[in-house]
Design a protein around this ligand. Structure first.
Ligand code: G16
Length: 543
C-alpha cells in the first residue's frame, strides 16, 4: 500500500473549543483542513504507531467521507488497529464505552453534537483519551500547538474500507474491526438498571415518547426501549438518523424539541417524554405538565440513584459545572457526599470520575452522566429516570414537587444570544470583567450585588488550574447571574446568561420560572448592558 507524505502548511484557527474542533462543514471539507487536524491530533498525542483507536460519529453530513480519510491516515501513521462503528456510526457515550471496554489508546469522534448538520451546517472532530473522556486542556493545548507547527501529513493511497459489514478487514498493516454500534452499549445499560422493573412499568400501561431528533440515538433507543424494555413500537420517534438531522436542530430543549415539549404539556400527552441530541450525549426529560430543568434532573437523580442496581451502594460524590444551579449541592449535603464545582465542559469531570471522587455529574446544558463512561450520556439519564419511575410509581410532576418541598427550588433559566458579532460580545464581556471589583454593594433592578468574580478552577486531582471560566455575580438575597461566552459555536459569538434564584417558601414553589427570575434578568441587563452592546431586545433561545 502506497503511503503518501503530503506537504502542508498550518491552518489558522484549528483550536479545539469546549468539546473538540467545531467548524462549518464546508470549512472541514476544504483542501487539507481535516487532514491537517487529524495529523495534529496524532502528533499531539505522541503519534499512533502501534496504537488502537476507536472511530465513529453521529452520522452527520461528511461523517462517512471523513471516516475514510481518518482510516487512511491511521494506516499511514502506523496505527495497529481501529475499531469502527458500523457505517462509521457511534454515539458519543457508546464511543466512550468502547474506548474503555476495549482498553484502547483513545478514539476519534466525529460530531458537532447538538449543532445542525449538513453541507451548509456544522461538523466537528474530537479526540478522547484512553479513559474514554474528552481530551483535557493539557492534551488539546498540545494538539493546537501541533496544528501550528505542521508541515506535512501522511495518508495511505487506498480504496474505501467497507464499513457496512461487521467483522475485521485490513487496510495495509492496519486492522479495521467494524462493530455493531449498539450491542455493547445496550449490555452496559442492562447492567446498570433494573430492566425487569422498567418492563413491568411499560406493561402496566405507562406511556412514553422519545424524540431521537433524526440523530444518532434512534437505533439505540429503539433497541433498548422498544426491543428490550417492551415499550410499544412507535414510542421512539424520528428514529432514523439522517445526515442533516431531518433539517432540524438536534438540540433537546424546549425550543428545538418544541413538538415533544408541547405534547407533554397537553392533557392527553404521555406519562413521560425525553429527547437526545445529535451525538446522543444530551438529554431533556419531561413529565406530563412537567419540564425538568437539567439542573433539577441532576439533583433528583442524585437523590434517587440508589433505586437503580448500578448505584445501590450509594454515590461517592457528585459534580456539576459552575453555571449549573446549586440544586444538587443541597442533595449532596443531605447525603453527606462531596459536591464539586467545575468549569463548563465534560472534560473537567474526567479526573474526578477516574479518581473515584464523583459518581454522578451534570451540566445545565442538558448533560448528565455517571462513572459508567467518561462522557455525558442521554439515554443513560432517560433510563435512570425510568428506573426511578418504575420503582416509585409516581408521576414525574409529583416527584419534582416533592423534591422542591424537601430541598427548596432553584428557579433557573439560561438566556442565549447567538451569532453576536465577536467584537461586540468581547466588548460586553471584557467590560464586565473590568468592573467586577466595583459591583459589590451596588444595586441593580432592586437587587444588591454581594459578590462578583471570575471563576477559576483548581483541579483537586492533578492540581492543574483553569482560569477565565465565567463571570459570576451573587446577589444579597441568594440569587445569581453568570455570564459566559460559548466555546461550541461556529459563527460569531454566543453569549450565555445563566439566571438562578433559590426559593424555599413552600407557598412559592410553583411559579413560572420566567416570572420568578425577571428581576435577576433585568439586573443582568443593567449590569452588563446586554441590549446596548448586542442591539438585541431579547435572547434567541431560552432554556
Ligand atoms: C459541550 C460540552 C459540555 C458543555 C456544552 C456547552 O456539549 O461537552 O460540557 O456544557 O458543550 O458548552 P458551551 O457553553 O461552551 O457552548 P456538547 O453536547 O455540545 O458536546
Amino acid at each position: 500500500m502506497e503511503i503518501r507524505t503530503v506537504p502542508t502548511a498550518p491552518i489558522a484557527g484549528q483550536k479545539p473549543g469546549t468539546s473538540g474542533l467545531r467548524k462549518k462543514t464546508r470549512v472541514f471539507m476544504e483542501p487539507h483542513y481535516l487532514e491537517n487536524y487529524v495529523q495534529s491530533i496524532f502528533d499531539g498525542i505522541g503519534g499512533v504507531q502501534g496504537k488502537t483507536l476507536v472511530l465513529g460519529g453521529d452520522g452527520r453530513y461528511f461523517n462517512d467521507r471523513a471516516s475514510q480519510v481518518i482510516l487512511r491516515m491511521a494506516a499511514a501513521n502506523g496505527a495497529a488497529k481501529v475499531i469502527v462503528g458500523q457505517n462509521a456510526i457511534l454515539s458519543t457515550p457508546a464511543a466512550s464505552h468502547l474506548i474503555r471496554s476495549r482498553g484502547t489508546d483513545g478514539g476519534l469522534i466525529l460530531s458537532a453534537s447538538h449543532n445542525p448538520g449538513g453541507e451548509d451546517a456544522d461538523f466537528g472532530l474530537k479526540y478522547n483519551t484512553p479513559n474514554g473522556g474528552p481530551a483535557p486542556e493539557g492534551v488539546t493545548d498540545r494538539i493546537f500547538e501541533a496544528t501550528k507547527a505542521l508541515s506535512e501529513y501522511r495518508i495511505a493511497v487506498a480504496q474505501d474500507v467497507d464499513l457496512s459489514t461487521l467483522g475485521t478487514t485490513r487496510l495495509g498493516e492496519l486492522e479495521v474491526e467494524v462493530v455493531d454500534p449498539v450491542a455493547d452499549y445496550a449490555v452496559l445499560m442492562e447492567q446498570l438498571f433494573d430492566f425487569d422493573a422498567i418492563r413491568a412499568l411499560f406493561a402496566s400501561g405507562f406511556t412514553m415518547r422519545f424524540d431521537a431528533m433524526h440523530a444518532v440515538t434512534g437505533p439505540y433507543a429503539r433497541e433498548i426501549l422498544e426491543n428490550r424494555l417492551g415499550a410499544p413500537a412507535g414510542t421512539v420517534v424520528n428514529a432514523t438518523p439522517s445526515p442533516d438531522f431531518g433539517g432540524g436542530h438536534p438540540d433537546p430543549n424546549p425550543t428545538w424539541a418544541k413538538e415533544l415539549f408541547d405534547l407533554l404539556m397537553s392533557d392527553d400527552g404521555p406519562d413521560f417524554g425525553a429527547a437526545s441530541d445529535g451525538d446522543g450525549d444530551r438529554n431533556m426529560v419531561l413529565g406530563r405538565h412537567a419540564y425538568v430543568t437539567p439542573s433539577d434532573s441532576l439533583a433528583l437523580l442524585t437523590a434517587h440513584a440508589h433505586r437503580a442496581p448500578g448505584y445501590r451502594e450509594g454515590l461517592k460524590g457528585v459534580a456539576r459545572s459552575m453555571p449549573t444551579s446549586a440544586a444538587v449541592d443541597r442533595v449532596a449535603a443531605a447525603l453527606g457526599i462531596a459536591c464539586y464545582e467545575t468549569p463548563t465542559g465534560w472534560k473537567f469531570f474526567g479526573n474526578l470520575l477516574d479518581a473515584g471522587r464523583a459518581t454522578l455529574c451534570g451540566e445545565e446544558s442538558f448533560g448528565t452522566g455517571s462513572d459508567h463512561v467518561r462522557e455525558k450520556d442521554g439515554l443513560w439519564a432517560v433510563l435512570l429516570w425510568l428506573n426511578i419511575l418504575a420503582d416509585t410509581r409516581q408521576p414525574v410532576k409529583a416527584l419534582l414537587e416533592d423534591h422542591w418541598r424537601t430541598y427548596g427550588r432553584n428557579y433557573y433559566s439560561r438566556h442565549d444570544y447567538e451569532d453576536v458579532e465577536t467584537e461586540k460580545a468581547n466588548a460586553l464581556y471584557d467590560g464586565l470583567r473590568a468592573k467586577l471589583g466595583s459591583l459589590p454593594g451596588q444595586s441593580f433592578a432592586g437587587l444588591t450585588v454581594a459578590t462578583a468574580d471570575e471563576f477559576a478552577y483548581d483541579d483537586p486531582v492533578d492540581g492543574s488550574r483553569s482560569e477565565r471560566q465565567g463571570l459570576r455575580i451573587g446577589f444579597a438575597d441568594g440569587g445569581r447571574v453568570v455570564f459566559r461566552l460559548s466555546g461550541t459555536g461556529t459563527v460569531g459569538a454566543t453569549l450565555r446568561v445563566y439566571l438562578e434564584a433559590l426559593e424555599t417558601d413552600p407557598s412559592r414553589l410553583d411559579r413560572n420560572a420566567g416570572e420568578a427570575l425577571s428581576d435577576i434578568a433585568r439586573a443582568a441587563d443593567e449590569i452588563a448592558g446586554i441590549k446596548a452592546h448586542t442591539g438585541r431586545q431579547a435572547p434567541d433561545v431560552i432554556t
